[in-house]
Ligand binder design. Structure first.
Ligand code: TXA
Ligand code: MG
Length: 352
């Protein structure tokens, strides 16, 4: 399949034609990748079962892993969900459009093929202008997982989407203004108490400030997943965000972390391995060996969220055998960073 690579430039005439073509593709059951404020999504008409199935095939994604439905108007919640609890209204007024996905009881129009057979549906209204315009102009609800091959880090740049999906989908809308860098926060509002299923840029603290009690799915605490706990968001149970290299997180006092990463790097190099070090603005100069990449700043962990997946992919490009990363706070947006990093590391955490 030839993939149309559409570089949005701000030239109105060209961009208009690309949006028209993308809308046509979606309405006729094809696949279009597009930027959102979190990561790139791989979109199809959410109410067209055959189209949604193509998403699973293109990504190599297990079909029991449900998709998020993207909407552009507040009224669409009531069409896709059969119950809108008051909490949904509170969250809407405070955070939406934006990087927050709500799980609600699904209405009859939502096909089982996109919910993995669940009685609930994930609904998200993105704030990114390209995403919002594509949804509006196509006239369809867009089912969209992240636009990466299953298991790979989510794409935050057009080049990542092209790398993973060129030749497998109809079109890629390229517009590198993806900002947040990690996928949306997911909150389950289908039960009596709201439950955080996936941490993101909208933090647990902010959700509690808005709603009062919010529980946390025990599976996302990350470091200490109790044995036998199955995540409520089915996607969170799969190996995820993983670079080709083995990744380990080194945690502890900052000086001890630096010393330990340097020692581990020396050992690995002595074994003939190529080592990548995921460092920060504060620490990069302290690593004399290995391929050192700055992922962001400990003082502002939103910068780490923004760069995390791109840096993991950049290490793949360099074909390193092993990556050592510093740990992050685990609070506020650092919770999302650690959640993704721990998955990418397959739970390998070294205490310095
Ligand atoms: O930021 C995002 O959310 C991006 C952009 C493209 O919008 N999308 C995204 O989709 O991250 P995906 O498919 O990579 O992750 C969706 C997650 C999965 O972990 C899935 O299991 C969960 O949402 N999910 C979807 N529907 C659900 C439901 N009804 N109940 C519980 N979890 C659900
Ligand atoms: Mg994904």
């Amino acid at each position: 399949m030839d993939t149309v690579i559409a570089k949005l430039t701000g030239d109105t005439r060209k961009d208009d034609a690309y949006f028209a073509q993308a809308g046509e593709i979606l309405r006729s059951g094809g696949l279009v990748a597009f930027p959102t404020e979190t990561v790139y999504g791989l979109g199809a008409d959410a109410l067209n079962v055959e189209a949604a199935k193509k998403i699973y095939a293109a990504k190599g994604r297990p079909s029991d892993n449900p998709l998020i439905v993207h909407i552009a108007d507040r009224a669409d919640y009531a069409k896709l969900a059969r119950e809108i609890p008051p909490a949904a209204g509170l969250l809407y007024d405070r955070f939406l459009p934006g990087p927050l996905t709500m799980i609600l009881k699904k209405s009859a129009i939502v096909p089982d093929a996109i919910t993995g057979g669940l009685d609930t549906v994930a609904i998200r209204m993105p704030s990114h202008p390209t995403a919002a315009r594509l949804i509006r102009e196509s006239g369809v609800y867009i089912a969209a997982p992240s636009a990466n091959l299953s298991g790979k880090p989510s794409p935050t740049k057009a080049e990542h989407v092209i790398h993973d999906l060129n030749g497998r989908i109809d079109m890629i809308l390229c517009d590198d203004t993806v900002d947040v860098g990690v996928e949306s926060t997911i909150i389950d509002l289908s039960g009596d108490v709201p439950v955080l299923l996936r941490p993101g840029y909208i933090t647990l603290e902010q959700l509690r400030d808005c709603l009062g009690r919010v529980d946390v799915d025990p599976a996302i605490r990350g470091v200490s997943v109790p044995a036998g706990v199955v995540p409520k968001a089915p996607g969170m149970k799969y190996k995820h965000y993983a670079p080709d290299a083995d990744l380990a997180i080194v945690e502890g006092e900052p000086e001890a972390v630096i010393a330990r990463i340097n020692a581990l790097t020396r050992d690995a190099k002595a074994r003939g391995e190529k080592v990548g070090i995921m460092a920060t603005e504060e620490t990069a100069s302290r690593y004399p060996e290995g391929i050192v990449k700055v992922v962001g700043s400990h003082r502002d962990e939103a910068t780490v969220a923004h760069n995390l997946f791109a840096v993991l992919r950049a290490f793949d490009e360099e074909k390193v055998d092993r990556i050592y990363s510093e740990g992050f706070s685990g609070h506020n947006v650092g919770q999302a960073v650690m959640n993704r990093l721990i998955k990418a590391a397959g739970h390998t955490i070294i205490n310095a």
